[in-house]
Design a protein around this ligand. Structure first.
Ligand SMILES: [Zn+2]
Length: 660
């Protein structure tokens, strides 16, 4: 399976079309104003200073977190993608904030890069003042390989979008630098492979150029991980044990998911089975024990790797930031679920889908996209979640390190906003893939496709649907090669057995399609052929495995690919979210939908029967007290899609509802 070209798919309205438009017209220009602002991010100033073109704050020093370069490059990737699909609108949106053109930005990046290919502006800025003032790889938390990995990826995207080599040359130079280091100082390089975007970057370079040395580089980068000394390695960066011995998702979730995605990329190209077995075991561990119902990962603010070392080494246990917890350890109020961790999980799932063709990966990918990544940004595109709680209560007054409302800027860690922007800007690339004489349809949404199959032959079609609000999809063929072509149509696992149907020009396909598979339609398509896919959606109460302590006795509501939540805006005045229960037996037939507008955007809300327990307020001095004896009073509930919460003030919210 391979992806289609960057501009082969265009959204045509619908939820993704609306999110794309918000990305192009709001997120991308807004993020530029943050990235260029010395008070907020300083990322652009660091590039200018490294290029010898600016003075920054005037103190001659770089500012901002060490991963700033990579985050700027993620934003640049979003911009390049938007220009590929809608150049005029993107130009208008970015001109409004006085942004330089992409070519000018790339020229600065190229000037900032050292002749030997190294690019990490904090070091280069210091070295411009004095060659000895900073050393490369002085601290493994400097994220140098992460930054250079994003340079490699952005260079590939730019070349695919424009045919130009300006940024691609920068990416190649960075890869060549890492290649030399992988041979000359492999231990040092392996030790500094923090949040390894460079594995994906090297494979992407190989796919674009077909130069075997880049695939060799990716292989070597992953092999040298086993050289990390035990006293340095740890689950924080998944280098406590060699990757091939790993069977469980551990440690810092962004770093873990980037590693797993990079290894999946390598496997996709070289077919080394010894990489696939651990990947599948880890993936199964996440799917069945370590992901939230919204498809997010990395649930804990602070975790550890207590099971990773023998008991006698108790003092060696290390704390881990934004960690994968133990199996079933999935809190709600204090969930970390960094948006970047979920994006990393999505990239990994996508690669597992490309490798295996298994529909369950497309299900998980879609779940993550709608419920884990879209919530990362406000509907207006101007504020962002770094952490993503599944519940927010005003009674929970414990100060946390990160805001649990969206923020316009996140000065100390601006990684998520550009990552969300590039994922939304590129989401249309995930709707289809192609293999010889086969077109796979993974995501349903209103769009048009115009692509060429690997064996030749143009295919043009359009999807007419308002998915994810309904499961009725019409696929109209506008042009097809004059030979048999196979359509593989994803039938999501959430469809009830026997409910899905596929027809071609009104004739039902036989046998009926099974949920969790791809329905196969092979024929010599002609213009005007119409394939109808029916995926009936019922709102459904979901429960968690009883070992998920923080969802015990509770239910979540899901309809189609969307997970819903209850936000306090929908409750009568004075009602505390903590006092609400959902009456599941009375709701089974009452889970009806109704249209709702949130911040100017149309969504479909879900009604449920609920009740509220009348309580006196908690004073904060009580931890336990007798429960109220009065029966709960009925109250109608209205749930909204989780991705749309937090757009109407400082509200309370919960995904998991106490069930009665
Ligand atoms: Zn992030």
């Amino acid at each position: 399976m391979q992806m289609v070209d960057l501009d082969d798919v265009r959204w045509n309205g619908g939820l993704f079309g609306e999110r794309y438009t918000a990305c192009r017209d709001s997120m991308i220009p807004y993020l530029w104003t943050v990235l260029r602002d010395p008070k907020d991010s300083h990322a652009w100033d660091n590039f200018l200073m490294a290029a010898g073109l600016g003075e920054g704050r005037g103190d001659g020093r770089p500012h901002g977190p060490p991963f700033n370069d990579g985050d700027f490059l993620k934003w640049l990737e979003a911009l390049i993608q938007a220009e590929a699909v809608s150049p005029a609108e993107t130009a208008a949106a970015t001109a409004a904030v006085g942004m330089p053109g992409v070519d000018d930005i790339i020229a600065v990046i190229a000037k900032a890069q050292r002749d030997d290919g190294y690019l990490h502006t904090p070091t280069i800025v210091r070295q411009r003042r004095s060659a000895d003032s900073a050393k490369e790889f002085a601290d493994r938390e400097h994220f140098e390989t992460y930054n250079m990995g994003h340079l490699m990826t952005a260079g590939c995207v730019h070349h695919r979008a424009t045919g130009k080599t300006t940024l691609l040359d920068c990416g190649r130079k960075a890869a060549d630098y890492l290649d030399r280091l992988a041979h000359e100082k492999p231990e040092e390089l392996a030790r500094n492979a923090i949040c390894p975007s460079h594995y994906m970057g090297a494979v992407e370079l190989y796919r674009l150029t077909r130069e075997p040395r880049y695939l060799e580089l990716a292989r070597r980068l992953i092999e040298i991980r086993s050289l990390v000394a035990p006293e340095v390695g740890g689950d924080q960066n998944q280098d406590r044990i060699p990757f091939r011995e790993s069977r469980e998702a551990v440690g810092h979730a962004v770093r873990a998911n980037y590693l797993y995605a990079g290894v999946a990329d390598l496997y996709a190209e070289d077919g080394d089975r010894s990489l696939l077995d651990p990947l599948k075991a880890i993936d199964r561990n996440v799917e069945t024990r370590k992901r939230s119902v919204t498809g997010m990962t990395g649930a804990l603010y602070d975790g550890a790797s207590p099971d990773g070392v023998p008991a006698k080494l108790h003092p060696a246990i290390k704390t881990i930031h934004q960690a994968y917890g133990r199996d079933y350890q999935l809190p709600n109020l204090t969930a970390y679920n960094e948006t970047c961790a979920t994006i990393g999980y999505g990239m990994w799932l996508w690669r597992m889908l490309l490798i295996t063709g298994e529909a369950r990966y497309a299900d998980l990918f879609e779940e993550t996209l709608y419920n884990g990544i879209l919530p990362g940004v406000s509907l207006d595109g101007r504020s962002y979640f770094y952490v993503n709680p599944l519940r927010k209560l005003h009674e929970f007054t414990v100060p946390m390190r990160w805001s649990r409302t969206r923020m316009a800027t996140i000065p100390s860690s601006f990684c998520c906003p550009p990552n969300v922007a590039r994922t939304i800007a590129e989401a249309h690339n995930y709707a289809y893939t192609v293999s010889p004489d086969t077109l796979w349809i993974h995501l349903y949404a209103a769009n048009t496709l115009d692509t060429t199959l690997p064996d030749g032959g143009r295919i043009r079609l359009r999807q007419e649907t308002d998915y994810p609000w309904s499961g009725a999809i019409s696929i109209v063929i506008d042009e097809a090669p004059g030979r048999d072509v196979t359509l593989k149509l994803r039938i999501p696992g959430w469809v009830r057995q026997g409910d899905a149907a596929v027809t071609v020009n009104g004739t039902p396909c036989s046998p009926p399609p099974a949920p969790g598979t791809y329905a196969v339609v092979s024929r010599r398509f002609v213009a005007g052929d119409r394939v109808e896919v029916s995926l009936p959606m019922q709102a459904t109460f979901m429960e968690a495995h009883p070992a998920v302590e923080e969802a015990f006795g509770q239910v979540a509501v899901r309809r189609g690919p969307l997970v819903y939540c209850l936000e306090s805006n929908e409750l009568p005045n004075g009602t505390h979210l903590a006092d609400v229960v959902v009456l599941t037996s009375e709701s089974v037939d009452a889970l009806t939908t109704l249209p709702l507008v949130i911040d100017g955007r149309d969504v479909l809300a879900i009604r449920a029967a609920g009740a509220v327990v009348e309580r006196k307020p908690w004073t904060g001095d009580e931890l336990y007290r007798p429960a109220p004896a009065a029966p709960p009073k009925p109250v109608p509930l209205m749930l909204i899609p989780y991705y749309a919460w937090g757009n109407r003030g400082d509200t309370e919210m919960t995904v998991w509802l106490r069930a009665r």
